[in-house]
Design a binder for this molecule. Structure first.
Ligand code: SF4
Ligand code: SF4
Length: 507
């Protein structure tokens, strides 16, 4: 599977990264300054390295314009010829990529992200420097001073770089080290990360979308997260009705989990010919403030130990809930009477190990989108006492609108009952999924009008009767009949397979 730190590569918004060169990829500024000091002196002008930095690096002047404003009479070509020779002599073999540059570039290239350099240095100098530090081949485009009509802070350099790579501004991120570079990126409509260099540290970078101390602090996930947060913010800005508008986040989470479940090679049972465990998940979102979370605390529902989302995560806004339906081959294996199939007990236990990966994947994704995320079953405070947990993912799925309860107490979803649940609590504010059912048992014909009742017949322990399910009888059967035969695995679920609600809502 092609997953880079939580993101399926096919669904990345990020298509290109545009780097400034001097001060970002390589610390060349002091060398440029020293070379120009010598070149200016050759043509009769005395400048200091600090004056050069102030006028060119920070001031945004073209060097040849500044040279002429000081009274320089030589042509730009003559000035640059002398400066280039001095630059090569001073730099020698000493130029190396800055910390984290090589690692970041390799990660981006491996993920298929296209790279360009947008610099106020001349094109030929950029080629020389990039070649000298061994990075030239990674860049598909270089835009230098003579390739544009206006240098930074004008956005032309980055608009041209994006155009040469064939990407839109919304698909790229710029990495800069100067306030003028940040302005150029913002003017181009491109999100920008500022990594101040030794010369620019302490400058005003308030316009940058993110400021890092070093490129070693950046990776693909952070850059992708920056674009996604930008997309969400834009969607919210364009929402004129004042209603939360997080469709893009919904889709991102749905797409990512679907792809993870369908492509991850661990979604199989190796002991059973790599039988696939789960089909694509159903997913829904519940508001953390939904009053039904308080209802779960009632003794006749789950009990006061059941925690609300806010008790798991301060500032919780949303609960992401999903249902992983077992595949047809897993379900089919368990349709006979009596003991469960070997495939079923494997899918029940080994499938839960995969479900833990899905939970972690979802939490990592939510965090990369800018939220905090907590998986209650992975917390030390998660507990099951007297067969009741302090976070019931089945009940959470009901609150999120994934289904309603049946006589067997399974949740009947649009993909039936045979499967597993998962959930992640987050501080991201996502529009809740509408609950479209009238009662909490709408989908079970027995509970609506005494129809069906198939699970009464299929339960081998007699735990399900017309009065409901006796959990103690079910557990006794699992502990005393099933576990001794399948240890360390166990399961049963004859009330979920071979019945009308196995893989769909009955009727
Ligand atoms: S088998 Fe029939 S009665 Fe039992 S939960 Fe499913 S729909 Fe309801
Ligand atoms: S899991 Fe098995 S024993 Fe328990 S209620 Fe369902 S069918 Fe009956």
């Amino acid at each position: 599977m092609s997953v880079a730190q939580g993101y399926p590569l096919q669904s990345l918004l990020l298509k290109a990264v545009l780097f400034d060169m001097d001060g970002v990829l390589v610390e060349t500024e002091p060398v440029h300054a020293a070379a120009y000091v010598i070149a200016f002196r050759r043509f009769g002008l005395r400048i200091s390295p600090e004056q050069y930095t102030k006028a060119v690096t920070l001031g945004g002047s073209r060097v040849d314009d500044w040279f002429r404003s000081l009274g320089g009479e030589a042509s730009a070509n003559d000035l640059y010829a002398v400066k280039d020779a001095e630059f090569r002599r001073l730099a020698g073999e000493s130029l190396v990529p800055k910390d984290g540059v090589s690692e970041l570039i390799e990660e981006l290239v491996e993920a298929g992200i296209r790279l360009a350099v947008g610099t106020s240095a001349r094109h030929s100098v950029a080629v020389t420097v990039l070649g000298q530090i061994g990075l030239l081949d990674y860049f598909s485009a270089i835009v230098g001073m003579e390739d544009v009509t206006r240098i930074k802070p004008d956005p032309e350099v980055y608009l041209k770089a994006a155009s040469l790579l064939g990407v839109s501004p919304g698909e790229a991120v710029v990495i800069e080290d100067t306030p003028n570079g940040v302005l150029a990126a913002k003017g181009a409509g491109i999100r920008v990360v500022c990594v101040p260099s030794a010369l620019t540290v302490g400058s005003d970078f308030s316009k940058a979308d993110l400021v890092c101390e070093s490129l070693a602090d950046l990776d693909l996930m952070k850059l992708e997260g920056l674009l996604r947060r930008g997309a969400v913010a834009q969607a919210e800005r364009h929402n004129t009705k004042g209603v939360r508008h997080m469709a893009q986040v919904d889709d991102t989470i749905r797409d990512s989990l679907e792809e993870f479940v369908s492509e991850d090679p661990r979604n199989v049972l190796p002991a059973h010919g790599n039988m696939r465990i789960y089909d694509a998940p159903l997913m829904a979102f519940a508001a953390a403030e939904d009053p039904l979370f308080e209802v779960l605390k009632r003794p006749d529902v789950i009990g006061p130990r059941h925690r609300s989302p806010g008790e798991w995560l301060k500032g919780a806004k949303t609960v992401v809930s999903y249902f992983l339906p077992f595949t047809e081959c897993v379900r089919k294996s368990n349709r006979m009477d009596g003991l469960p199939s070997e495939e079923w007990v494997s899918a029940r236990i080994d499938g839960e190990a995969f479900n833990n990966l899905v939970r972690k994947h979802c939490a990592a994704l939510l965090m990369s989108l800018g939220g905090e995320a907590v998986v209650p079953p992975h917390q030390d405070s998660f507990a099951i006492v007297d067969r009741r947990s302090n976070w019931s993912e089945r009940h959470v799925a009901y609150i999120a609108g994934l289904g309603t309860f049946g006589l067997s107490r399974s949740l009947i979803t649009s993909r039936g009952t045979a499967g597993r649940y998962g959930s992640v609590i987050t501080t991201l504010d996502i529009e809740p999924t509408a609950r479209t059912v009238g009662t909490h048992y709408d989908a079970c014909p027995f509970l609506v009008n005494s129809g069906c009742g198939a699970c009464i017949e299929s339960c081998p322990s007699g735990a399900i009767t017309r009065e409901g399910k006796n959990t103690a009888v079910c557990s006794e059967y699992l502990d005393n009949v099933v576990r001794p035969k399948f240890r360390p695995r166990y399961g049963c679920a004859k009330c979920q397979t071979g019945v009308p609600c196995e893989f769909a809502r009955p009727g």
